[in-house]
Design a protein. Structure first.
Length: 327
């Protein structure tokens, strides 16, 4: 159980809040940050949202308060130090804020975490978390619903709906329940148009992304009797498609769309090493495989970044290591 009364108390007892989310934010990270910031604003608090990454163009429609800033040490370190509360939204391990990690850790502010990932690091004063939540947006919805701290409005509903829609893969992924749909229904009552939101979230691809997807699909290989499927994206493929590494988001799911596949992996060459996305079906705890290779995440969706690692070295190792999780 999440102690929403405690969260309410923290809000009541403090004045300035700085919210931050993980690198390469998705609609759950941003939508949850913006919804939480909206609560604080309605209560007259001073609120900053500062993220390591720039907000992707297609998600800018969420930022109706025009609050989200990209981290610049000269501009934000002092605020990080002087704020009353630092709020980690949609992440629970400090390396997920990359360039902000040092300033985050050394700030004397009260540190709280609102998140739904596994294995939080012991760097927070309070956790408002649970892996049973499909999205961080669901935690924020429950918080509003249970404490009635503010009244929901259309803008907050848009952010929470986008958060939940994204993290459930549009109500397809494992943790989706009747409750998820009931929340979605409550949010839609504010006049949201699901078709419009879907279009904004999923149909804004650059042509380069679709070209890259074509190349990535051609690399799909299966292993372990067809239970594992993996995709490989090299720097050359990114360059040839004139695509950016953030555009591969979601590609790994194609591996899982193959009949009989239980584990899908995406190997991506990034500037300083490799990034792996891990996905699984059912009870296969793929975060354990990710943890073997400097990563982590959820039971069915995890990731890791291996700085200085190469595809040649790690791809065979990871595929071999995947075998023991298949039964
Ligand atoms: P994705 O494969 O979409 O980048 O990430 C899937 C999930 O894996 C994320 O929601 C996050 O929980 C986790 N994740 C991704 N990259 C990392 C990483 O480098 N380290 C850790 N600990 N978790 C990650
Ligand atoms: Mn999330």
């Amino acid at each position: 159980m999440v102690d929403f009364q405690k969260l309410k108390e923290i809000i009541e007892q403090n004045e300035t809040f700085l919210l931050t989310c993980h690198v390469n934010p998705d609609a759950d990270a941003l939508g949850s940050e913006i919804a939480f910031a909206a609560i604080l604003k309605k209560l007259g608090k001073t609120v900053y949202i500062v993220n390591h990454s720039e907000t992707p163009e297609y998600l800018k429609f969420l930022d109706y308060l025009n609050l989200v800033e990209k981290y610049e040490p000269e501009k934000h370190d002092r605020i990080i130090d002087e704020t009353d509360v630092l709020v980690a939204v949609d992440f629970n391990q400090s390396d997920r804020v990359v360039s902000m990690e040092k300033s985050f850790l050394k700030s004397p502010a009260l540190k709280i975490c609102i998140d739904h990932h596994e294995e939080p690091h012991k760097i927070f004063d309070y956790l408002f978390t649970g892996t049973e939540f499909v999205a961080t947006g669901e935690i924020i919805y429950d918080f509003i619903n249970e404490t009635k701290i503010i009244e929901l409005d259309e803008n907050i509903a848009l952010n929470l709906y986008s958060a939940i829609m994204t993290d459930t893969g549009s109500f397809r992924f494992e943790r989706t329940t009747a409750k998820t749909h009931l929340i979605a229904a409550e949010l839609l009552k504010f006049g949201l148009q699901p078709i419009e939101i879907y279009d904004k979230l999923y149909n804004q691809n650059e042509k380069s992304k679709i070209i890259l997807l074509g190349a990535a699909l051609e690399t799909i290989t299966t292993a372990h009797g067809g239970k594992v499927a993996y995709m490989t994206i090299t720097r050359k493929m990114l360059d040839d498609a004139k695509a950016d590494e953030s555009e591969v988001d979601g590609f790994v799911n194609y591996c899982l769309s193959i009949k009989g596949v239980r584990v899908g992996l995406l190997f991506l060459e990034v500037k300083k090493g490799i990034k792996i996305s891990y996905r699984s079906k059912g009870k296969i705890a793929i975060n354990k495989l990710a943890a073997e290779f400097e990563g982590g995440g959820h039971t069915n969706a995890s990731g890791s970044r291996i700085y200085g690692g190469t595809l040649a070295e790690y791809q065979p190792k990871i595929i071999k290591a995947a075998k023991k999780y298949l039964d």
